[in-house]
Design a protein around this ligand. Structure first.
Ligand SMILES: NC(=O)c1ccc[n+]([C@@H]2O[C@H](COP(=O)([O-])OP(=O)(O)OC[C@H]3O[C@@H](n4cnc5c(N)ncnc54)[C@H](OP(=O)(O)O)[C@@H]3O)[C@@H](O)[C@H]2O)c1
Length: 379
């Protein structure tokens, strides 16, 4: 039996690794649609490898160029990506878009019948109960931590969970003080010790906002209260996360630090295919360390807990402010430490409400982006 896959964000880090998994299993995976934003050369190459896949690019000019090169239609605009997510014919939609831009596609997927293999954690952070209300049982996490938790929970009664231990590598600045992070460069922040990922998530890993987004993601995916989700820094990134049960038993999920394992699981589940990478050799691994995160230096983690606990529209505000601040840091227009400062100041300006619609969430998102830009430019 083959799995028909619509891949959103095909040109990115998760997208390319998904195609790598598909390449390993041509008899098990069929790519039925490919979508990205504007990386034309990479997209054209992918479209040629999967000539029967439907195609869409969010950037209309990029779509026009790709269509001219391919000599075949390429749908244009953000709405085209959402339409692809909704189209029948896919068993799984892999949402590997980055940022809140992925929300509409996640909603469209769940409005259809396909399984949503969700890498785009931001859509869950922003969409929260709106998204889970459409079909929580059809969302399979791609994030390695949440894939780990999902697998630890399989076959367990929901009321038996007493704590989720969410592991974090600590990023490139683990062990540094706030003072030592003044003036760190973009190149230093992008040098993640364990994972090779897209730029936005790599900066989020350096601030620990990524872990904060994951705390909120775990809350929505597994229905766990924030007091029972604990982040633990585990620099070797071998334990992908742990679930503690009421009787004191703890299940951990371990494996190689390679995203192709959770991506593949999101396609193969409940079955398992052969390991796509070199498995962990416990005879050579040595030690596994665990330590608490430093909340003074990595303020973003505390902000995410606060946003999650505030609920309603607050996680969407936090996420939007963070996206703007990260983009500004990557562009060299704001320092590293001001990312959390910007997020904090925009959150202070907001009183959360329960969002009734995606339009309401998008309005709040747009407001938070304007406020974050104003904070950064000093207006
Ligand atoms: N990378 C990892 O190892 C990893 C691990 C766990 C979770 N995740 C999550 O997976 C998601 C993707 O991460 P990534 O590292 O793969 O990001 P990435 O390398 O930056 O790729 C992002 C993809 O989304 C497309 N895209 C970006 N903005 C878009 C927009 N506004 N509209 C439509 N398409 C857009 C990009 O297209 P173009 O290239 O054409 O611009 C690209 O295909 C994120 O939510 C991240 O947190 C990633």
């Amino acid at each position: 039996m083959t799995v028909a896959v619509t891949l959103l964000g095909s040109t990115g880090s998760i997208g390319r690794q998904t195609l790598d998994v598909a390449r390993r299993y041509p008899d098990r995976v069929t790519i039925v649609a490919l979508a990205a934003r504007g990386s034309v050369d990479r997209f054209v190459e992918q479209a040629r490898e999967h000539p029967h896949a439907r195609r869409a690019l969010a950037d209309p000019e990029a779509a026009r160029r790709a269509q001219a090169v391919l000599g075949r239609p390429v749908l244009a605009g953000s709405a085209a990506l959402v339409d692809l997510a909704r189209e029948p014919g896919a068993d799984v939609v892999v949402n590997a878009l980055v940022g809140a831009a992925g929300l509409r596609a996640s909603i469209a997927t769940l409005e259809g019948t396909a399984r949503l293999a969700l890498a785009n954690k931001e859509s869950l952070v922003v969409g929260g109960t709106l998204l889970t209300g459409l079909g929580l049982d059809r969302i399979v996490p791609v994030d390695s931590e949440h894939s780990a938790i999902h697998q630890c929970l399989t076959g367990e009664p929901a009321h038996g969970v007493s704590r989720i231990w969410l592991t974090a590598s600590g990023g490139p600045f683990r062990g540094r003080t706030s003072a030592e992070l003044t003036g760190v460069t973009v190149a230093e922040a992008l040098a993640h010790p364990r994972w090779t990922m897209g730029p936005k998530i790599t900066i989020d890993s350096a601030t620990l906002m990524n872990k904060g987004l994951e705390v909120i993601e775990a809350h929505y995916l597994f229905g766990t209260e924030y007091d029972r989700i604990t982040v633990v820094v585990h620099p070797q990134s071998c334990v992908h996360s742990m679930v503690e049960f009421t009787d004191g038993s703890v299940k951990a999920h371990l494996g190689a630090t390679d995203m192709r394992i959770p991506i593949q699981y999101a396609l193969s589940m409940p079955g398992r295919w052969e390991c796509p990478v070199e498995p962990v050799d416990f005879l050579t691994i040595g030690r596994l360390d665990f330590e608490p995160p430093d909340p003074e230096t990595f303020r973003a983690l505390g902000l995410a807990y606060a946003a999650g606990r505030a609920g309603g529209t607050m996680p969407a505000v936090m996420n939007a402010a963070n996206e703007v601040a990260v983009a500004a840091f990557l562009a060299g227009t704001t320092p590293f430490l001001s990312i959390a400062e910007t997020v904090s100041r925009v959150m202070d300006l907001h009183t959360p409400v329960e969002p009734g619609s995606v339009e309401e969430l998008e309005a709040v998102d747009a407001w938070a982006r304007r406020e974050a830009s104003a904070v950064i430019s000093g207006d």
